[in-house]
Design a binder for this molecule. Structure first.
Ligand code: SF4
Length: 377
């Protein structure tokens, strides 16, 4: 018996009934799953494209009761640059994905049910224990990441309900292949949402197992629903690094809001995509310029710590002073005052603590937050 089959059997013993909002019954025991943009119609005894949601006698089962990884690390690593700067986030993940990107950096968890080389054992745990961990480490943020959180949204919501009641702000680190129904389902509990916009070419998206339009629709809807949204494009040489494509991505985002932070990050060979070289700094700087030319106010070249000058810092769009000085995932200085530039008073969009953490005040207690957006122009 292969490792992925054994793992599948183990996971099938640890599931929960899908949230009814994400399972539409059909004739002959079929169920249509709305947890991601694939919208699989699943016959009894079969599973969906993600292989972690499956139909048992007309009932859609979803993953529950375990995590495949838990870690506490800087929120800048997610990356969120406009939410709780310099704070830690508790990150947890499960197993499986609805896409199969050849360059996935989390393939050991995301491809666990497709690839026998991806060996990860689940750790069985209660939602209460995950939230206790966050409280013990006094983190203000918790995110579902490492695998695609949409396909395990039911379990994330079980955890986030308790986390939110404890004053913790919750987020998804996602490929954006969502449906309106799953976004409605998570919205009461999720405030931060990072989307990987991997390309602006539908043919490229289909090679990864996705559909470009689903992701574009998700980004528009997330903004309409007032999630705090940051976008990442991993710039892969020969895949999505052309001027036209990067400019199209930037133009699409700027058309929604000039205040959406756009992270253009460096690729390194991983998993099945080992031919393209690492992304050169010059390519990231080109993407940065294209983003700024499109009107985006906050463009951050990333994954090359210290290699892009002050561009990985946040600057005031009015007076250009440095507000949050970063080097890689490290915040070296945070001069923001109540979500605004301390020099000229320009409001900076994001989710900020009224009093940023300091060594004298301590790092633990989540404080009230403000979310501010500016008109484009
Ligand atoms: S989460 Fe997506 S891939 Fe998985 S069963 Fe549901 S619609 Fe299909």
């Amino acid at each position: 018996m292969s490792a992925s089959v054994r793992l599948k059997e183990l996971l099938h013993e640890n599931t929960m009934v899908s949230a009814p909002e994400l399972a539409v019954p059909g004739p002959g025991g079929r169920v249509t799953c709305l947890a991601c943009g694939h919208r699989c119609t699943i016959l009894p005894g079969r599973s969906g494209v993600c292989r972690v949601r499956f139909n048992v006698n007309g009932e859609l089962r979803a993953p529950g009761g375990y995590v495949a990884g838990v870690q506490i690390d800087p929120i800048e690593k997610k990356p969120f640059f406009h939410a709780f700067p310099a704070r830690d986030a508790l990150s947890f993940g499960m197993l499986g994905c609805d896409l199969h990107c050849g360059y996935c950096q989390n393939w050991v968890t995301s491809q666990a049910l497709r690839d026998d080389e991806a060996v990860t054992r689940p750790n069985f745990v209660s939602p209460e224990r995950v939230v206790e961990l966050a409280l013990e480490h006094r983190v203000p943020v918790m995110v579902s990441t490492y695998n695609e959180p949409l396909i395990t949204a039911d379990w994330a919501v079980e955890i986030f309900k308790l986390a939110k009641a404890a004053g913790i702000v919750c987020g998804f680190i996602s490929n954006g292949n969502a449906t309106p129904q799953v976004l409605e389902f998570i919205r009461p509990w999720v405030d931060l949402y990072k989307v990987d916009l991997k390309s602006f070419d539908d043919k490229s998206y289909r090679k990864l197992g996705g559909v470009l339009q689903n992701v574009l629709d998700t980004i528009r809807l997330l903004k309409q629903m007032d999630f705090w949204v940051e976008i990442v494009t991993l710039v892969v040489p020969g895949f999505n690094d052309g001027d036209d494509e990067l400019a199209q991505i930037a133009g699409f985002l700027a058309d929604i809001s000039c205040d959406i932070p756009w992270h253009v990050t460096a690729f390194h060979p991983d998993y099945k995509m080992t031919d393209p070289p690492r992304t050169p700094v010059e390519t990231l700087l080109r993407a940065y310029e294209l983003g700024r030319t499109a009107g985006l106010r906050y463009v951050y070249p990333g994954n090359i710590a210290g290699g892009v000058g002050s561009r990985e810092s946040t600057h005031c769009p009015t007076c250009d002073r440095t507000l949050i000085k970063r080097r890689g995932f490290c915040v070296e200085d945070n001069r923001m005052k109540g979500g605004a530039c301390p020099h000229c008073g320009t409001a900076i969009p994001g989710v900020w603590e009224k009093d940023p953490p300091s060594k004298t005040l301590g790092w633990g207690i989540p404080l009230p937050i403000t979310v501010i957006e500016q008109p484009c122009g």
